[in-house]
Design a binder for this molecule. Structure first.
Ligand code: TQI
Ligand code: CA
Ligand code: ZN
Ligand code: ZN
Length: 172
């Protein structure tokens, strides 16, 4: 079954059109337009299941959600750990910070199962999971769910499971 963060934080009902900005990309070699496409696809999975809408903004000060790539310590007390281990983290509503470990062998817009890199991680799969956290979902006990706390490297899991849809629809 799905879960929420303690206390059930969520985006308030008058905030249904959330803006995100991709703010810190200097630590990754993935090009900017690929990042825009991958994150837009990840957000669209959740938009399809709710009355939430997401749009990218180039202005960090307008953004509800900020997305960035960082290595090691990056100022929030949750340092990244190099390849594998922690891949990314996102804070609960309405913080909006979504950080990705720049040290991962991210695969964006390709077929992760065909990557030659042993620790290849599918960016869109991780993004769909972290957006669940940004919206207020915790971890699910259903292994097929996007919000299940583990994923095998070299695999892609981007479609919301019935459990994810029930979880998000009970919040929004
Ligand atoms: N990052 C953890 C995660 O997002 C961070 C975390 C640990 C966390 N405990 C938490 C976040 C409790 C919120 C609440 O789950 S991770 C996966 C998965 C990670 C893991 O790097 O381990 C994905 C990031 F589910 F596949 F294992 C993305 Cl998809
Ligand atoms: Ca890592
Ligand atoms: Zn961080
Ligand atoms: Zn998680």
């Amino acid at each position: 079954l799905y879960a929420y963060f303690p206390g059930g934080p969520m985006w308030p009902s008058f905030r249904r059109d959330l803006k995100y900005a991709i703010t810190a990309t200097s630590a990754t070699s993935i090009d900017r337009s690929t990042l825009s496409t991958v994150f837009a696809r990840a957000f669209s999975r959740w938009a399809a299941a709710t009355n939430l809408q997401f749009s990218e903004t180039s202005s960090e000060s307008d953004a509800d959600i900020t997305i960035g790539f960082y290595s090691g310590s990056h100022g929030d007390g949750e340092p990244f750990d190099g390849p594998l281990g922690t891949l990314a983290h996102a804070f609960s509503p309405t913080d909006g910070r979504f950080h990705l470990d720049a040290a991962e062998a991210w695969v964006a817009g390709g077929d992760v199962s065909r990557s030659s890199s042993p620790g290849a991680v599918d960016l869109e799969s991780v993004a769909v999971h972290e957006i669940g956290h940004l919206l207020g979902l915790g971890h699910s006990s259903v292994p097929e769910a996007i919000m299940y706390p583990t994923i095998r490297t070299g695999t892609r899991k981007v479609e919301l499971e019935a459990d994810d849809v029930q979880g998000i629809q009970s919040l929004y």
